[in-house]
Ligand binder design. Structure first.
Ligand code: ADP
Length: 377
C-alpha cells in the first residue's frame, strides 16, 4: 500500500517522527519529516513547485509554532490531492472531527501508533484515508472533464452557428441582391431556428460555467433602464412572430446602478424570451422597471400558460420544465436556474407569482439591491 509512496510526517516530537518514519519506510514509502508547521507548509509548497504532491501527510495537531488545524487549512489551500491523516491524543474525537471538516481524510490516536501490536489499526487508517482522498480526486477530475467537454462542445457549436446567423442577416439586409418574398420568408424561418439553437447552446454553456464555479459578476456602473429596453427591442421580432404585444413600462432616461451589465442583460433576455415562449399567440407581455433609492425591481408579466402552484418550488432548479412545456417551446430547463444564480450573485432575489390558470399568466420579479449611482430628472 505504501510502496514508493511519498509520505510527510509532521510532529514536534522527534521520537514520534522517528517511530512513524520507521513504520512507513519499512512498508516501502519514502519519508520526509517536519518538526514545525512552518517547515511542513514549506515542504508542501516545494513539492508543489516541482509539480508533485505528497501521497500521504501525517499531521500532529499540536505543533509549537502554528496550530495544527491552521497548518491543515494552509496545506489544503494549495494541495487538494494529498491524503491527510491527523494524529490525535487519546480520545481526541472532537479535534479529529474538526480536522475532517477542514479537509483531513482520517485520524489515528497516537497511542495506536506507538502501541505494541497497534500497527494493523495504524495502517488500516492510512489505507482508508488514502482511498478517501483518491475518491475525492477521481470525482473532481471527472467533474473537470465533464465541464471541459461541455464547454468545448458548446463553443464548437456556437461559433459556426453564429456565422450562419450573420450570413442570414446579410442576406435579409439585401447585401447579396434583392430577395423574392418567399425567399425572405424562408430566411426568416431559418433565422428564428438559428436563434433558438444559439440560445439553447448558450444556456448549456452558461450552466456548465456556473456548475464549475466560474460564475463571476463584475459590477460596474450600468444604465439598467437602457439594458432593459435593449432586451425588449431584441425580443420584439420573436414577439411579432406570435402577434404578442410587448409593452414597456420603463421610466424615461437612464438609471445608473452598479451591476454586471452582461449578466443582468442575460437575466432580462431569459425572462422576456420565456414570457414570449410560454404565451400563446395574441397574448401580451408587460415589462416594468421600478426604482427606489436602494433597489431596482423588474417585473416581467405575461398572459400565458401560468405556472401550477405545485411547480413553483422546483421552477428554478436544474433541468426542470413544467410538464407539457415541450409542446409550447423548446428548452433546456436551465434558463431560470441561470437567472437565479446571476441574481443571487448580485445579492438579489427572483420570484414568480402565478395562480396557475391558463391565460392568467405569470409575473416574474427580480429584486436587485443595486445602489443607484446617479439618476436623470
Ligand atoms: P426552458 O424555457 O429552457 O425550458 P427555463 O429554466 O427558462 O427553461 O424555464 C423552466 C420552465 O419553467 C419552462 O420549461 C417552463 O415550463 C416554465 N416557465 C418559465 N417561464 C415561464 C413563463 N413565463 N410562463 C409559463 N411557464 C414558464
Amino acid at each position: 500500500m505504501l510502496t514508493n509512496k511519498n509520505v510527510l510526517s509532521i510532529d514536534d516530537s522527534r521520537a514520534i517522527r522517528a517511530f512513524v518514519s520507521s513504520l512507513v519506510s519499512n512498508a516501502g514509502a519514502r519519508i520526509a519529516e517536519a518538526g514545525t508547521g512552518t517547515e511542513a507548509i514549506d515542504l508542501v509548497a516545494s513539492e508543489q513547485a516541482q509539480g508533485r504532491h505528497f501521497d500521504l501527510i501525517l499531521l500532529d495537531l499540536v505543533l509549537p509554532d502554528i496550530d495544527g488545524l491552521e497548518v491543515l487549512r494552509r496545506i489544503r489551500e494549495r494541495d487538494k490531492d494529498s491524503a491527510v491523516v491527523v494524529l490525535t491524543g487519546a480520545g481526541g474525537v472532537a479535534s479529529a472531527t474538526s480536522a475532517m471538516q477542514h479537509g483531513a481524510d482520517g485520524y489515528v490516536e497516537k497511542q495506536y501508533v506507538t502501541k505494541v501490536g497497534g500497527e494493523p489499526e495504524f495502517f488500516y487508517s492510512l489505507k482508508q484515508a488514502m482511498e478517501h482522498r483518491a475518491g475525492y480526486v477521481a470525482r473532481r477530475q471527472l467533474d473537470e472533464l465533464r465541464t471541459d467537454f461541455y464547454s468545448m462542445i458548446t463553443h464548437d457549436l456556437r461559433n459556426p452557428a453564429g456565422t450562419v446567423l450573420g450570413l442570414i442577416k446579410l442576406l435579409l439586409a439585401g447585401k447579396a441582391g434583392p430577395l423574392a418574398p418567399r425567399q425572405e420568408e424562408m430566411l426568416r424561418l431559418a433565422q428564428r431556428s438559428g436563434e433558438k439553437f444559439v440560445s439553447l447552446i448558450t444556456n448549456y454553456l452558461d450552466y456548465s460555467k456556473i456548475e464549475a464555479g466560474y460564475l463571476k459578476v463584475v459590477p460596474a456602473e450600468t444604465d439598467i433602464a437602457s439594458l432593459l429596453r435593449s432586451s425588449a427591442v431584441q425580443a420584439e421580432l420573436m414577439a411579432e412572430a406570435k402577434n404578442i404585444a410587448l409593452k414597456l413600462n420603463v421610466p424615461p432616461g437612464p438609471l445608473r446602478v452598479c451591476v454586471d451589465a452582461d449578466k443582468i442583460e442575460q437575466v432580462f433576455d431569459n425572462l422576456i424570451s420565456n414570457a414570449i415562449k410560454y404565451t400563446p399567440d395574441h397574448g401580451s407581455i408587460t415589462v416594468t422597471l421600478q426604482q427606489s433609492e436602494r433597489d431596482v425591481i423588474v417585473h416581467v408579466a405575461d398572459t400565458g400558460a401560468g405556472i401550477p402552484k405545485d411547480q413553483v418550488g422546483s421552477l428554478f432548479t436544474k433541468y426542470h420544465r413544467v410538464p407539457g412545456s415541450e409542446r409550447q417551446a423548446t428548452g433546456t430547463g436551465l434558463g431560470l436556474l441561470i437567472v437565479k444564480e446571476i441574481v443571487e450573485a448580485h445579492r438579489g432575489t427572483v420570484s414568480v407569482i402565478s395562480d396557475g390558470i391558463p391565460g392568467h399568466g405569470s409575473t416574474f420579479t427580480v429584486w436587485l439591491p443595486a445602489v443607484v449611482v446617479a439618476q436623470s430628472a
